[in-house]
Design a binder for this molecule. Structure first.
Ligand SMILES: Cc1cc2nc3c(=O)[nH]c(=O)nc-3n(C[C@H](O)[C@H](O)[C@H](O)COP(=O)(O)OP(=O)(O)OC[C@H]3O[C@@H](n4cnc5c(N)ncnc54)[C@H](O)[C@@H]3O)c2cc1C
Length: 492
């Protein structure tokens, strides 16, 4: 059934341009493949050489060409013919260059019209309007956050698993995928900003939108974006990651630096690297990110006095004791001060209170806990004790099979990590593909396999837990660099 809505879309000038450019591209491809042997023939040096040209042509073209040569319009002695022949000779001379320029122009034109066509066709048409008119149209999968979870979903669906009637809208506040696992090095100043950025994939049915998501209305199927119009979804994946958790410590939010977002990590970098020689930096929290930040900062600014505060008897309390002791020895050797059994009770400008005792600190960096993104915190759905969203086995909300949550915002049986977000994303893709086909998704999934954790102590040493085996020294550091390289190589 063709409704007025479909006609509007079909009549649109964008679609016309799209069709024309597709036709031109096709024709050029056809002509060039048929006549490439011709182009390889030596260019005719004189009018006599037209026989050579003609003899190299397929029969039908040869006939036309001979006819043209003998017609009055192309009289060999006329100025028109000479001009035309001049251009043909120039074309022969620069044929490769011309072909390249022409091809680039055509491909660009096609990309632009493809994109305009997709946008025009699907963005301004509400799903409800489409459904009311009873037509089968595109569905919009909206992915909030192009982090580890969101990016893995994109990479699995694109380029060729995405059904024809599905388009994707990716929404992120930054125009690239950020490698959050490297933010400690960005903050410390040992790597550049571009090192932690990976471009999002391109696809005619992927629309990437940049903006700050402020809320999700599950009843109306709407995403609210700061200073922009809300957008509709048919299926939604929320992968907005996490933020710092301050455990109600007064002044912690206001007076500490963070490494939980690329923006925060940049600001922290500025604060740390503008410090004068001998200044004191206090890091609150000695989990993986606190430890990596302390060691990397020591490598970047050996002149600074670095203190790391932790609640437990040992740093890295989630790791086997052997690893904690190894890292503690490394810290001792490099004069990074560890303050165990600490309890940060307050933070003020340039002062940290540990068990109510003031510790002068030029910069305090908070790495002492995380909580799901504010958008999730504001969402009225069932959550676990850590504020993460409780999901079904298929990773959707229990009462809404169109809303999925991936990564740090999801309640899963393991501690949040990039690996976990990616493993969960793989399963969400399977569920989506089944549901889009109208089939039942798997009722159970195998446990998400985590390969282990690798941490760095500067650029030369590291530690890790791989297949339950503790590793220390150069090997885990090299493995960490290798994993990062592979990730960027496959996703960049
Ligand atoms: C210093 C550090 C080191 C780490 N090391 C490791 C490690 O070695 N191994 C490991 O497995 N994990 C590690 N992690 C944890 C890992 O980075 C996270 O678990 C992982 O990034 C979670 O992925 P995600 O997809 O849930 O969210 P993220 O990767 O955090 O992505 C969230 C995305 O949402 C966007 N976003 C957030 N809020 C909004 C908004 N309101 N509007 C629009 N866009 C928004 C962000 O820009 C971002 O692109 C580390 C974390 C840190 C901080």
């Amino acid at each position: 059934m063709i409704t007025s809505l479909q006609k509007d879309v079909q009549k649109s000038p964008v679609k016309m341009t799209h069709r024309i450019s597709s036709l031109v591209c096709f024709s050029v491809a056809h002509v060039s493949t048929t006549y490439v042997p011709l182009l390889k023939t030596a260019p005719p040096r004189s009018f006599d050489a037209q026989d050579v040209l003609v003899s190299a042509m397929p029969q039908d073209v040869a006939f036309l060409t001979t006819w043209s040569f003998s017609s009055s319009f192309l009289n060999p002695y006329s100025t028109t013919y000479r001009t035309l022949f001049f251009f043909i000779r120039q074309f022969y001379r620069y044929q490769l260059l011309f072909c390249h320029i022409f091809a680039i122009l055509l491909v660009s034109l096609k990309r632009i019209t493809d994109q305009l066509y997709t946008e025009r066709r699907f963005e301004n048409v509400s799903t409800r309007e489409r459904n009311k008119k009873g037509i089968i149209t595109m569905k919009n999968l909206v992915i909030l956050g192009g982090g580890y979870g969101g990016m893995r979903i994109l990479l699995r669906l694109l380029p060729n698993q995405l059904p024809e009637d599905i388009q994707i809208t990716l929404l992120d506040r930054v125009p690239y995928h950020s490698l959050k696992t490297e933010f400690y090095a960005l903050a410390a100043g040992t790597i550049s900003d571009s090192h932690v950025r990976v471009t999002f994939p391109e696809h005619p049915r992927l629309h990437v939108k940049y903006g700050e998501v402020t809320g999700v209305d599950i009843n109306e199927k709407l995403i609210h974006i700061k200073d922009e119009e809300s957008i509709m979804y048919d299926d939604l994946v929320i992968g907005l990651g996490c933020e710092d958790k301050y455990h109600n410590v007064p002044g912690a939010k206001e007076f500490t630096c963070s490494i939980q977002s690329i923006d925060n990590a940049r600001e922290t970098n500025q604060r740390l690297n503008n410090l004068p020689a001998g200044a004191t930096v206090s890091i609150v929290g000695a989990g993986l990110s606190g430890v990596e930040l302390a060691s990397e900062l020591h490598e970047s600014r050996p002149d600074l006095q670095i203190k790391i505060f932790d609640r437990g008897n040992h740093i890295l309390s989630a790791f086997p004791e052997k690893l904690s002791v190894y890292v503690e020895n490394w810290f001792d050797k490099n004069e990074i001060e560890i303050i165990n059994n600490s309890n940060i009770t307050r933070v003020e400008e340039n002062v940290l209170f540990n068990n109510d005792q003031p510790v002068q600190s030029d910069v305090v960096v908070w790495t002492a806990g995380i909580q799901p993104n504010k958008v999730i915190r504001d969402l009225d759905v069932e959550k676990d004790g850590g504020g993460r969203v409780v999901l079904t086995t298929q990773h959707n909300l229990p009462n809404d099979e169109h809303v999925y949550v991936v990564g740090d915002c999801a309640s899963l049986p393991h501690a949040p990590s990039a690996q976990l977000a990616e493993g969960q994303a793989e399963q969400i893709v399977q569920v989506l593909l089944k549901r889009w086909k109208g089939e039942a998704p798997p009722t159970e999934f195998p446990k998400i396999k985590l390969k282990g954790v690798l941490g760095s102590l500067g650029k030369k040493e590291g530690f890790g837990l791989v297949a339950e085996h503790p590793l220390t020294g150069r090997v885990p550091r090299m493995l960490k660099s290798g994993v990062l390289w592979m990730y960027k190589y496959h996703n960049g």
